[in-house]
Design a protein around this ligand. Structure first.
Ligand SMILES: Nc1nc2c(ncn2[C@@H]2O[C@H](COP(=O)(O)OP(=O)(O)O)[C@@H](O)[C@H]2O)c(=O)[nH]1
Ligand SMILES: [Mg+2]
Length: 335
């Protein structure tokens, strides 16, 4: 086949009309992967197709998946936990599980938090699972849109649970918490009796704190850490979206699979309660509004900076930078 034909075929395969039915059928992983490539692309023709695709899929998406955000510092055991937890859900629950990642650091390190395939080898071979490593990313604004669109795609493909992993870098936790139904903080057993320097803001976002590595020599340290955090959570202001007993801290071992079923039961209980009480849909509506406003703001700013007078004025004021020297971020939604 001549090259020009082939590239035309590839282009045809990437149109919204071609991809939408394949994604909705649920079984076409290649179409899903292609669609995610489309939403990640910086090309303007791809962007146009991505917008069309999301618009086609949204009204036909059967039911919401449970979106679970998982955050923790490198080495705490996120990949190991996602693999064990994911295999438990696909194996015992027969659920379809998608794994996405938000990694603002990958642009700097050139790596990717899910790039390390060896740790999720078994889950990536599971026909009920879909794993998408995070691409090299430049700025958080782009990451947010790409991740939200990837969520919409896997949801349209009928996945039951979407796990979104992030390293605790900068504002990535807030970002993930603002696009998920449940936000889980993964911690390691503490050596001393200090609270590992977890920021109060992060604690306030957590629906559950899982203290990992509660096995072998680390078990007693893990139990102490659970007790410390249970106490700390107790001191936080009560949130309307929590039933009795939440947010909670509990021990798990991703390596031995200990506590994972209990954690899943608690997540379901929490999500179920929030659904009954109307918190679930309210939170999603708030998140939609927040991201819509963020996009409008970004779009307006992009337009404004095309105006030479305004651009000159901004440059005179020090450019499009926040006082900390980071790109501006939209404020988080009210909770
Ligand atoms: N003892 C123990 N080690 C674990 C557990 N989970 C992960 N690890 C180890 O901790 C290290 C980091 O795990 P990894 O999943 O790559 O962490 P990530 O950087 O958060 O994704 C690896 O050597 C794992 O084998 C656990 O439950 N118990
Ligand atoms: Mg990892």
């Amino acid at each position: 086949m001549p090259d020009s034909n082939r590239s035309r075929d590839v282009a045809a395969a990437l149109t919204a009309e071609a991809l939408a039915p394949k994604i909705l059928s649920g079984g076409d992983r290649r179409a899903l992967a292609r669609a995610i490539t489309l939403v990640e692309s910086g090309r303007s023709d791809h962007r146009a197709q991505a917008i069309d695709l999301i618009a086609l899929l949204k009204p036909q998406t059967q039911r919401p998946a449970l979106r679970i955000g998982l955050s923790g510092t490198p080495g705490v055991g996120k990949s190991t936990l996602i693999e064990s937890f994911g295999l438990m859900l696909t194996g015992q629950g027969g659920l379809r599980v998608a794994v996405l990642a938000v990694d603002p650091s990958s642009a700097r390190t050139g790596g990717s938090i899910l790039g390390d395939k060896t740790r999720m080898e078994r889950l990536s071979r599971d026909p009920l699972a879909f794993i998408r490593p995070s691409p090299s990313q430049t700025h958080l604004g782009g990451v947010a849109r790409r991740t939200r669109e990837a969520i919409a795609l896997v949801e349209a493909a009928g996945f039951d649970v979407i796990l979104i992993e992030t390293v605790g870098v900068g504002q990535s936790e807030t970002l993930v918490a603002d696009m998920t139904d449940l936000f889980i903080l993964l911690l390691a057993p503490a050596g001393g009796d200090e609270l590992q320097g977890v920021k109060r803001g992060i604690m306030e976002m957590a629906d559950m704190i899982l203290v990992n590595k509660a096995d072998g020599d680390l078990k007693s340290a893990a139990m102490r850490t659970v007790a410390d955090y249970a106490g700390a959570l107790h001191l936080l202001r009560k949130r309307p979206q929590d039933p009795e007993g939440f947010p909670k801290a509990m021990p798990v071992s991703a390596l031995d699979g200990i506590g994972l079923m209990q954690a899943w039961e608690d997540m379901q209980r929490l999500a179920g309660w929030r659904r009954e009480q109307g918190h679930f849909t309210r939170r999603r509506a708030e998140q939609d509004r927040h991201w819509f406003e963020a996009e409008v703001r970004e779009g307006l700013l992009a337009r404004l900076t095309q105006d030479s007078q305004i651009r000159a004025a901004m440059e005179a004021l020090g450019g499009n930078q926040s006082p900390q020297g980071r790109p501006r971020q939209a404020p988080p939604p009210r909770r």
